[in-house]
Ligand binder design. Sequence first.
Ligand code: KG4
Ligand code: ZN
Length: 341
Amino acid sequence: MKILTIESSCDETAAAVIDEKRQVLGSVVASQDALHEQFGGVVPEIASRAHLERMLPVISSTLEKAGITLEDLDAVAVVNTPGLAGSLLVGLCAAKALAVALDIPLVAINHLQAHIYACRMAFGPEVFPCVGLIASGGHSNLYRCNGPSDFTLLGATLDDAAGEAFDKIAAMLGLPYPGGPQISRIAQQGDPKAYPFPRAMLRDKEHLNFSFSGLKTAVRYEIVGPGKADFSKAELSEEVKANIAAAAQDAIVDCLVGKSILATEKTGIKTLCVGGGVAANGRLREKLADAAEKNGVKLYIAPNELCTDNAVMGAIALERLEAGLLAPLEIDITAGRILAG
Ligand code: KG4
Ligand code: ZN
């Protein structure tokens, strides 16, 4: 049994071939970072056009890596929610065309569930049930995950996602997109205690939500002064930049860690799975490991290469296929993002 999984929800065009034992036979991720870098973030129209150009070459080279042809595929799966509308549509159209042409089943993938499934791929089925933290460019969500596709939302960001905060703060410091890895790199030379940046709602033990927009404003005021917007006049030494990066990183990390541990206390589920691009952050991994140990929580963080968007985590489609949960050909995308209600 071989399934082709397709991912195009944001700015990576990715495909993978996976067998029924969840072995990855081939996987390709074509990043669009270079196209969006000059704009300091993802430009949706550019992203969808780039997916269009890359989708077929990415699928071809994935099949080549797996050593198979289209005729060897038994099913095709695709992310249809959440994400950027134009980007999702390119993947969905490609998957539908393959399903029709090859007369094979179509399976729909939820991108957020797939981010947690990255932990299942790395560590096995014992990761469920768990509390799931997805920290990415679009989302900062906490879920009770009873099983791979059985998620209940516990909390989410009220405004920006953690990755978005990393990206915007990096842009303020003159660092290229994607900002997370850049902040993480220069923060190594900085003092995380140099600035007392806000940790919004961290002391609120009732709710499991996040808010990162105030942190962005605090960083901005630190750089240019209150009420001013012109970053071109801000001349920061490398030392100040490193200190701001380290302090902002710790503020984001403390919120993600604090609320995740609170979620394990509130649900009584002492297993925590973490996925999404921000989960690749070294400081987050370090502080999560410390907090999990102190609180008796079993911690699974997706391996770095499965944190940022990829199609291997689309192996969640096998669970749906095995349960007979096929998608009809009329299935549509559901764009947008999931915020706290
Ligand atoms: O999961 P992902 O690839 O795409 C979405 O689903 O949004 O996440 C991308 C986000 C970007 O905001 C990027 O800056 C962030 O993940 N990111 C990081 C790191 N690597 C990627 N943030 C902090 N530290 C990192 N090492
Ligand atoms: Zn993602």
